[in-house]
Design a protein around this ligand. Sequence first.
Ligand code: SF4
Length: 181
Amino acid sequence: MSGELLEEKLRGLPLLQYVFISTDELVFSENVRYICRTECPMYGRTWACPPAVGTVEQCREKCMRFTDGLLFSTVTEVSDIADIEETLSTRAPHEEITRKVRDMAAELYGEVLTLSTEACAVCESCAYTEGKPCRHPERMFPCVESHGIIVTELAEKHGMDFFNGGNIVTWFSLILFSEKR
Ligand code: SF4
C-alpha cells in the first residue's frame, strides 16, 4: 500500500484524519482560479497564491511529477468560529504540523510538494508585494486551491469530514511525493 512507511511516522501526530491518494485523482480547475482572481483578497499579494504560483496548467505539471499524496486534517476548538481572528490563529499550529509531516515525507521519499491552507502568513508583509523573492521558501506552503484543486471535493471523495461541529476549525494539507518502487 502507498505510504506505509509514512503512516508509521504519523502515529505520534495530532491529525484528525488522513488518507493516501494517487495524484491521478487530482482535478485541476480553472474555475477555482477564477474565484481566486475575482473573490479572494489575497490574489496577487503573496508568493503562496496566484498568479505567483503559476498558471493552473503549470501547477498541474508540478503536481503530476509526483505519483502519490497524503491528504490530512487537523482540528482546533475555538470559542466562536465567527471570530475570524481567533479562527485564523489556529492556522499556525496546523502549519507547524504540516512542516513536521513534510519533513517526515521528505526523509522517506526525497522531493515532496506541500500544499496547505489559505495564503502564507509567515511574514507580516509578503515580499511578493515588494517585488522581492520569498524570504522563507522552505516554510511557505501554497494553499491547495491556489493550484486549482478543490480540497473539499477530494476530502469528501475519501469520506473525510469537512465540518466537525459548531466551533471546530478544520484545516487540510496535501503533501505530494513519489514512493520509491
Ligand atoms: S514566507 Fe514570507 S515572503 Fe514567503 S510567501 Fe510567505 S509571507 Fe511571503
